[in-house]
Design a protein around this ligand. Structure first.
Ligand SMILES: Nc1nc2c(ncn2[C@@H]2O[C@H](COP(=O)(O)OP(=O)(O)OP(=O)(O)O)[C@@H](O)[C@H]2O)c(=O)[nH]1
Ligand SMILES: [Mg+2]
Length: 295
């Protein structure tokens, strides 16, 4: 396996490389660590296909919570949470909707062993949007300063979490973006690609937004800013939820930044994508344009 790595002193330099097309899974951000030890450790991580592991999790100085909605992610949950905690100094909140495969029980066992892991159980599949809202509410009530959205299926590289966290020191919403320079999607069918790109183009035009990846589900919000939105008005569940959240942040005048990521299609588990999710977005987007006030 290719394990040539580039070493940079800080996240600003890492972002410059990623924008030039260097894969973030081959960049070692020292952030004060010893170079030889950091590179050796990163290489070992790459060889295990776990990305450039850090000597210690990156701390951005803010209290962080990753909200991870799960529905039938039994084969992914343990590994993804292990990697999250290896990359970022954060807590993890699993929001499980009574997964028939027992993901919720596994989450409970993990939480019993590690105090950084928390679980919310909800009855029946209620959709991604309300799962995130439950997570945002938890973050606000428990004094977190940054709250992340992330899928459990390894589509969102855990080694990019420190990049999002670092960027969030200078932004109110950081989007892990597939559609800015240096970003991409890997493994999608032509149809899925067109649906995503088409949905984004449509939303950008209708909303007059500069954001390139409005539907991305890999994000970091500043909790104090999130609390200034009226989340009780949000009804969308699928991609439309992501579009609505990004648009509401932007309309409030908050700073939205996109950092490029490589999004990889799930390898393990079952997709929950269906046509209804796209239809929801189609009808909701024009409504948002009129419904969401500026400021
Ligand atoms: N709690 C909860 N989690 C969900 C629900 N639907 C999906 N998820 C989780 O949300 C994340 C994203 O869902 P995915 O099925 O990966 O959706 P997707 O990325 O659009 O589609 P694929 O990756 O192609 O399967 C995963 O962690 C899922 O387990 C739900 O109704 N409730
Ligand atoms: Mg997925």
């Amino acid at each position: 396996m290719e394990s040539v790595v580039r070493t940079v002193p800080d996240f600003a330099e890492a972002e410059a490389l990623v924008r030039k097309g260097i894969d973030s899974s081959r960049i070692v951000v020292l952030n004060g660590d010893d170079e030889n030890a950091a590179v050796e450790h990163a290489r070992a991580g790459i060889e295990q296909k776990r990305g450039p592991l850090r000597l210690r999790p990156y701390s951005c100085g803010k209290r962080c919570l990753i909200v991870m909605p799960t529905y039938n992610e039994l084969d992914n949950l343990e590994v993804i949470v292990r990697d999250i905690l290896a990359y970022l100094d954060t807590d993890v909140l699993v929001v499980d909707d009574g997964s028939p495969d027992g993901t919720g029980d596994l989450a409970d066992r993990m939480a019993a062993e590690n105090e950084r892991i928390r679980v919310i159980h909800r009855e029946g599949k209620q959709g991604l949007g309300t799962a995130y809202l439950a997570g945002f509410d938890y973050a606000a009530k428990h004094g977190y300063e940054r709250v992340f959205e992330m899928d459990a299926d390894f589509s969102h590289p855990p080694w990019d979490l420190p990049r999002l966290a670092a960027a969030s020191l200078d932004a109110d919403l950081v989007i892990g973006s597939r559609y800015v320079r240096g970003g991409s999607t890997i493994g999608w069918t032509f149809k899925r690609n067109m649906l995503s790109r088409g949905g984004n183009l449509y939303s950008r035009i209708v909303l007059g937004s500069r954001i390139r990846d409005l539907t991305a589900g890999f994000r970091c919000f500043a909790v104090d800013k999130l609390q200034q939105l009226d989340l009780s008005e949000i009804g969308a569940s699928g991609f439309a939820f992501q579009i609505e959240m990004a648009y509401r942040m932007q309309r409030k005048g908050f700073r939205v930044v996109e950092v490029p990521i490589h999004f990889t299609d799930r390898e393990v588990g079952v997709s929950k994508m269906h046509g209804g999710i796209a239809k929801e977005a189609l009808f909701l987007v024009p409504k948002l344009r009129f419904r969401v006030p500026k400021g």
